[in-house]
Design a protein around this ligand. Structure first.
Ligand code: KIV
Ligand code: NA
Length: 268
């Protein structure tokens, strides 16, 4: 295997920070691949690509189709595919069946699932059977209805202790890394220091062992809602708007297509 492996990622604890971005499609995967250690096919695609309000409507088939596109269109990064809501929570056996499908049908190196202590037995079951698992603690978007909305996690002591216990449990269960989302800095710092596997932060401070962002947020393409933790590195929307306006105007005036775009014109 020439790509970055899950073992390489695990070994990066305490070394250079791990670079992760989401990718959902072939052209974006091609562009990001040389610069990323991990390409995450996140179930955020439900909102970002499909215009859903939450990630809860994302299906296994959607994840498999996009996972396949990203694996096909990358050669360097370790590709991790999110398990969608309802595809792994029922039992270790259900999780194995669906994770094995994702691994087999996409060619990805690992899966990600949301959960801490309640998913530890499932993570152990998967890892023992050859499926590398990235866990996801703190703010868990698939639990948005149970949590009553999106808000930063770990502000009160009981919540802080629960997140740290979650991180320790998934570490002990054999996960190779863990996303820590929307979690206050002191908690992200403490749990990053007390577990052996790398933490990948999103809204969880620079104390994590790596960072992940949603690519459409980075590029300024997704603007329905921008949480505090997003940094927009480019603003592509005005560029796209200008291009489409020019195209529309040129079609209407017949300036496009020009002779250079036409077949079979007499040579002049
Ligand atoms: O779905 C997703 O994109 C994610 C990352 C933001 C961690 O889970
Ligand atoms: Na996700």
């Amino acid at each position: 295997i020439k790509r970055v492996t899950t073992r390489d990622i695990r070994a990066r604890k305490g070394a250079e920070p791990i670079v992760v971005l989401t990718a959902y499609t072939a052209p974006i995967a091609r562009l990001l691949d040389p610069h990323c250690d991990i390409l995450l096919v996140g179930d955020s695609l439900g909102m970002v690509v499909y215009g859903m309000e939450t990630t809860l409507g994302v299906t296994l088939d959607m994840m498999i189709n996009h996972g396949r596109a990203v694996v096909r269109s990358s050669t360097h990064a370790c590709v991790v595919v999110d398990m969608p809501f309802g595809s792994y929570q029922e039992s270790p056996e259900q999780a194995f069946r669906n994770c094995a499908r994702v691994m087999a049908e996409t060619g990805c190196a690992a899966v990600k699932l949301e959960g801490g202590r309640e998913m530890a037995a499932t993570i152990r079951f998967l890892v023992d059977r050859g499926i590398p698992v990235m866990a996801h603690v703190g703010l868990k978007p698939q639990a948005v209805h149970a949590a009553g909305g999106f808000r930063a996690q770990g502000r009160v002591d009981a919540e802080a202790e629960a997140i740290r216990a979650d991180a320790r449990a998934i570490d002990a269960a054999g996960a190779f890394s863990v996303v820590v989302e929307g979690t206050v800095e002191p908690v992200a710092r403490a749990l990053s220091a007390e577990i052996a596997i790398p933490t990948i932060g999103i809204g969880a401070s620079a104390a994590c062992d790596g960072q992940v962002l949603v690519i459409d947020d980075v590029l300024g393409l997704f603007a329905d809602f921008t949480p505090k933790f997003v940094k927009r590195y480019a603003d592509l929307r005005p560029i796209i708007t200008a291009a489409v306006e020019s195209y529309a105007a040129e079609v209407k005036t017949r300036a496009f297509p020009g002779p250079e775009h036409c077949f079979g014109l007499p040579k002049t």
